[in-house]
Design a protein around this ligand. Structure first.
Ligand SMILES: Cc1cc2nc3c(=O)[nH]c(=O)nc-3n(C[C@H](O)[C@H](O)[C@H](O)COP(=O)(O)OP(=O)(O)OC[C@H]3O[C@@H](n4cnc5c(N)ncnc54)[C@H](O)[C@@H]3O)c2cc1C
Length: 500
């Protein structure tokens, strides 16, 4: 498996060395391990994960109703058929991931409870030294990695983002962030306010509506929703015809991608039409006379932020039943009993849930350095949303915002395995992206065009993210369809990648 290196160490100290260290056992890390194992079986690797188990997002989030908002035919991997309803609970996703781990005998390669604190590159040795803390003993562990495959996601798992509002200290009820949902929280027959109306709120509210006294969604501004049955008719029919599950997965995945592409194109080419169509769906699902203009008509055009999918319109059912309601206003202050809004209205609650999002985490809050110099990713330019100028032998898996994240796990993995093979052919030990001479004076732009996609967690932390240029080689295009065709053909010797 690994080589043990014994240079410059105390006599009883050895450091393991791996060809590849994968960081994170979420859906990205597990998928990357699969591709590495199947496309490059000769390479030694280890996966390090801070938590006690796999799953990442699907392990951390335990609020009632937690589920995907993408369909699992595309959020699942291309190599592992999804066989249940398209929108899945966290438990179903965990089972799917657990099966991938078992079927591929990943156990010996995955090390849980290893929080990576630092990673330093040595140009002399052409390798990374990864420093982790073991959760069980608190001991520091060092591992050498020829190549770092970063699958640590994009947000801080330890704590969610809660804005500071005046008077929060005076509130006598309980404030809960969905990312740290207390498993013993008793919300039965309680008055609950959920601040925010994104996917988390839309999942949580219908899940608790029948048990609470009442739940109020308090939003600053409206969100787009899309409703439909949580089933796929084509999949059902193919199964009736006893088509093998591998085919069902592939065909339904194609169908869903086709539909998603059509929706994306429609949103771009006919934004007002798409907006009207989405809002008409909402209007049809709510009681006559409901103020859809105020509560469900966003000021932005569709797809600038992710559209939350509501299986079977469950949020609208909760609102129609009277168990849930929605208020569109801004918080002026917390009070001892709830919140006072800028309109002067007061809402009271026993529990306030802050479904207000994440803290973006750039590369797992790991302290990176190159030859002893601290590395600030904000001063690098991204190579195709995967690598960074001046940073050798490191790839980051950052998925799609609008299409399922995991679609990119598969195609980035193909790229990395091709790149590693290319390095073998060249007989080199390192690969580093570098702007070509004619690109060095180009204007560096933010990671993403915020006109085009602008969720708050990204806007808050954009200054921490790597930069892009207005060129497909130097940005994350966020375009699955283009990348699917282009990445396998990218010329690895076009001067963007320096081999040594
Ligand atoms: C509630 C919720 C629902 C979502 N639903 C969807 C959806 O339906 N469709 C979609 O496309 N996207 C969805 N997303 C986005 C989602 O996070 C990603 O799609 C996907 O799960 C990310 O997987 P990942 O493996 O890249 O990262 P994560 O799931 O974040 O996993 C990263 C792992 O890396 C580990 N790690 C991080 N830093 C370190 C470190 N320093 N040392 C060691 N280990 C580290 C973490 O502990 C974690 O286990 C959702 C997000 C949330 C929060």
């Amino acid at each position: 498996m690994s080589a043990l290196i014994e240079e410059e160490l105390a006599p009883d100290e050895t450091i393991e060395q791996f060809d590849v260290v994968i960081v994170g056992a979420g859906i990205s890390g597990i998928g990357s391990a699969y591709h590495l194992k199947s496309q490059s079986p000769e390479r030694s690797y280890v996966l390090l994960e801070a938590m006690d188990t796999f799953g990442g997002t699907w392990h951390t989030h335990r609020y009632p109703g937690i589920r995907s908002d993408s369909d699992l035919y595309t959020f699942g991997y291309r190599f592992k058929p999804w066989t249940s309803a398209p929108i899945a609970t966290a438990a179903e996703i965990q089972k799917y991931l657990s099966d991938v781990i078992d079927e591929n005998n990943f156990g010996p390669h995955f090390r849980y409870g290893h929080h990576i604190d630092a990673a330093s590159w040595s140009t002399t040795d052409r390798r990374w030294t990864v420093t982790a803390t073991r959760k069980d003993s608190g001991d520091e562990v060092k591992i050498y990695a020829n190549f770092l495959w970063m699958c640590q996601g994009y947000y801080r798992h330890a704590e969610g983002y809660t804005p500071e509002w005046p008077g929060m200290d005076e509130y006598e009820g309980e404030i809960v962030h969905p990312q740290a949902w207390p498993q013993d929280l008793d919300y039965r027959d309680k008055e609950v306010i959920v601040i925010g109306s994104g996917a988390t709120s839309a999942t949580l509210v219908p899940a608790i509506a029948d048990e609470v006294a009442h739940v109020t969604v308090l939003q600053r501004s409206p969100t787009y929703y899309f409703t439909g049955e949580n089933r796929n008719l084509l999949a059902d029919h193919l199964r009736e015809l006893e088509v093998p599950e591998e085919w069902v997965h592939d065909i339904v995945r194609r169908e869903n991608l086709f539909n998603l592409r059509a929706l994306t194109q429609l949103s771009t080419e006919e934004p007002q039409f798409t907006k009207d169509a989405l809002i008409d769906l909402v209007r049809a699902a709510l009681p006559t006379g409901f103020d859809v203009d105020k509560h469900f008509t966003p000021s932005y055009m569709p797809w600038r932020q992710r559209i939350a999918f509501l299986p079977d319109g469950d949020l609208f059912k909760a609102i129609s039943s009277g168990q849930a309601s929605i208020v569109t206003d801004e918080i002026e202050t917390f009070t001892s009993e709830g919140v006072r809004l800028k309109s002067g209205e007061e809402l009271t609650a026993d529990i306030i849930v802050t479904a207000t999002g994440f803290h973006l985490s750039v590369l797992g809050d790991i302290s990176f350095s190159i030859d002893g110099e601290p590395l600030d990713f904000a001063s690098t330019v991204t190579y195709r949303g995967m690598m960074f100028t001046g940073v050798p032998n490191l790839v980051w898996v950052f998925g799609y915002f609008r299409a399922s994240w995991t679609l990119r796990v598969d195609i980035v993995s193909d790229f990395v395995c091709r790149l590693l093979r290319h390095m073998d052919e060249l007989g080199v030990a390192s690969v580093t992206p570098r702007l070509r001479a004619h690109e060095r004076d180009e204007v560096m732009l933010d990671w993403i065009d915020t006109e085009y996609f602008n969720p708050n967690y990204l806007l808050r932390s954009l200054h921490l993210m790597p930069k892009r240029l207005d060129d497909p080689a130097w940005r994350h295009t966020q375009d699955y369809w283009a990348e699917r065709d282009e990445l396998p053909l990218v010329d690895l010797d076009d001067g963007c990648l320096i081999y040594e």
